[in-house]
Ligand binder design. Structure first.
Ligand SMILES: Nc1ncnc2c1ncn2[C@@H]1O[C@H](COP(=O)(O)OP(=O)(O)OP(=O)(O)O)[C@@H](O)[C@H]1O
Length: 309
């Protein structure tokens, strides 16, 4: 059996309401197992409950009910060990402006009880490309450098599990590459990585397994490959070689003429062979100048699972 990095059972969080705000059930009894050694994607639309889940893992939000075990340590029974097993790179750039990167890492290591002899601040600064800035004040660092420092801080206590909350939102290409290189390297060394991202093509490329949360419920949890293969949908995109009069009509085929003049035909590849789609186009009297097909991607899976609810 695969070892679990994180085991979550019946996890609920209801934020208490106020005089004007009703209470909010942000997580509604989630069961989730995250295998050790994976790069695991946690996806969901805005307000789905991802940050709540991550903040519970990080020990920043108190759950309402359920059980969370991190690297074998139950959060309620062994809070110190479970906290030591996880490092979180948060979304917000909350850094003390008066600390230099090296000092920030030393303080963080102190907070986690890492002994002086076991600290590797310089090595970590090098890893994130901040060695030149080791003695600069945090307030003088650019946004990208601050993110690098947040990643470095999440690594000081050598956690088994690293959580990255929207690490690439609004960052430039160079920083994005640095992040993904580090994720791949740390994962190859055995670290389990959990990440949330709004960029679905990024999740498709980086994550072995994916969970999708919607309105506090877990709506999917599978390997990325399985999630994609669930979607049998195809699109055939045709450049007509003249005016399109009537759209092709046939069972199992949905036709649409795009603003740029391309004819897009959506169909299920199991039920409808490509030849039947081409035949429908010819029968409508449409000549074909060029044709290509597209498979469903994670975006389609995501929309399918989150739209209707
Ligand atoms: N401190 C809080 N008090 C009350 N409600 C909250 C609080 N924090 C979050 N919520 C609500 O709980 C729900 C889930 O929020 P959460 O931030 O976990 O979602 P998310 O999936 O991380 O969204 P996003 O992608 O926008 O960050 C939302 O409806 C949100 O408004």
């Amino acid at each position: 059996m695969r070892k679990s990095a994180i085991e979550i059972t019946g996890l609920s969080k209801t934020y208490r309401g106020g005089p004007r705000a009703p209470e909010k059930a942000a997580l509604k009894g989630i069961d989730l197992d995250i295998p050790a050694g994976s790069v695991f994607g946690l996806l969901g639309p805005n307000g789905a409950g991802k940050s709540t889940l991550i903040n519970i893992l990080a020990g920043l939000v108190v759950k309402t009910a359920g059980k969370v075990t991190i690297w074998g340590f139950d959060q309620d029974v062994n809070p110190r060990q479970s906290r030591a097993a996880i490092g979180v790179m948060p979304q917000e750039l909350n850094l003390d402006p008066f600390f230099t990167p090296r000092a920030a890492l030393e303080v963080q290591a102190g907070l986690y009880g890492v002994k002086k002899a076991e600290r590797r601040s310089d090595e970590i600064l090098r890893l994130v490309g901040l060695e030149d800035k080791a003695e600069a004040y945090a307030r003088t660092l650019s946004g990208g450098m601050r993110r690098r420092l947040l990643l470095a801080k999440a690594l000081v206590h050598h956690p088994h599990v690293l959580v990255l909350d929207e690490p690439t939102a609004g960052v430039d290409i160079e920083l994005r590459q640095m992040l993904w290189e580090n994720v791949r390297r740390l994962n190859a060394e055995g670290m389990t990585i959990i990440l949330t991202t709004h960029y679905l093509e990024e999740a498709e490329e980086m994550c072995d397994e994916i969970a999708i949360i919607n309105q506090g419920d877990l709506v999917a949890r599978d390997s990325t490959a399985n999630l994609l293969s669930r979607m049998d949908g195809r699109r055939m995109i045709i450049q007509p070689d003249g005016e399109v009069g009537a759209l092709p009509e046939a069972e199992g085929i949905e036709a649409e003429l795009r603003g740029d003049g391309a004819l897009v035909l959506s169909y299920q590849s199991q039920a409808t062979p490509a030849e039947a789609v081409l035949e429908a186009v010819r029968s409508a009297g449409i000549g074909i100048r060029d044709v290509r097909t597209e498979q469903a991607d994670l975006q389609d899976v995501f929309l399918e699972l989150t739209r209707s609810r």
